[in-house]
Design a protein around this ligand. Structure first.
Ligand SMILES: CC(C)(COP(=O)(O)OP(=O)(O)OC[C@H]1O[C@@H](n2cnc3c(N)ncnc32)[C@H](O)[C@@H]1OP(=O)(O)O)[C@@H](O)C(=O)NCCC(=O)NCCS
Length: 181
């Protein structure tokens, strides 16, 4: 799916653009993923695992643009991608009423309302295409993200022990959260 570009103004007055990342953004998206995975341990990959081959990322972005079930919205500031979110709808008949969502923003831009604006868009679009339930996983202790999700009406429905194992051996639990639309 393609998202129609939209200008937004952040809490501090900075101008940003929400838009679909295209295959021309493949290198920028790899760098984005690498940076966000370096900045937090709340994402599934270690930074080095985020260094995806360029060709694979081009194909990945092409597939999303062509897909009826997947959508990405990137946030661009001064020509640079600094955040991204996605919605991914299940494809089989019995589960296509459900979609999962994900989000990550460069640390420098946290607290400016980008995630809030992105979730408003994701929820609007999900409703428009007939999705009945949004789902996500979040690591226990990611209070900023959990606060955001609860504010949007997500509730925790499960807690998976030892979902993440960090390099130093620390085990972290993972919450499953859902929002009925
Ligand atoms: C989680 C994340 C997407 C939030 O993005 P953001 O643009 O900073 O979010 P917003 O500015 O829209 O809102 C942040 C909210 O968290 C609140 N917050 C900030 N620090 C907090 C904390 N330590 N505990 C609880 N809430 C906190 C803010 O007050 C704000 O809520 P409010 O608008 O009700 O006051 C961003 O921090 C991020 O990318 N984190 C790293 C990747 C990640 O963890 N992704 C989620 C994986 S499940």
């Amino acid at each position: 799916m393609i998202y129609e570009s939209k200008p937004i103004t952040l809490k501090d007055g900075t101008a940003a653009i929400f838009r679909s990342p295209s295959e021309n953004d493949a290198q920028a998206m790899i760098e984005y993923l690498h940076t966000t995975c370096k900045e937090t341990h709340f994402l599934t990959r270690e930074p080095e695992e985020a260094l995806i081959p360029l060709e694979s990322e081009i194909q990945f972005l092409r597939n999303i643009s062509d897909s009826a079930n997947d959508l990405m919205i990137a946030c661009e500031i001064n020509g640079k991608i600094i955040g991204n979110c996605n919605i991914s709808r299940n494809s089989s008949a019995r589960t296509k009423h459900r979609a999962s969502v994900g989000i990550a923003i460069f640390k420098e831009y946290w607290g400016l309302g980008i995630a809030t604006a992105m979730f408003n868009e994701l929820i609007r679009i999900a409703k428009e295409i007939g999705i009945k339930q949004l789902e996500l996983e979040v690591i226990d202790g990611n209070d900023r993200a959990i606060h955001l999700y609860e504010r949007f009406g997500f509730t925790a429905v499960g807690n998976k022990p030892n979902a993440f194992c960090l390099k130093d051996g620390t085990m972290l639990n993972e919450l499953s959260m859902i929002k009925v639309l």
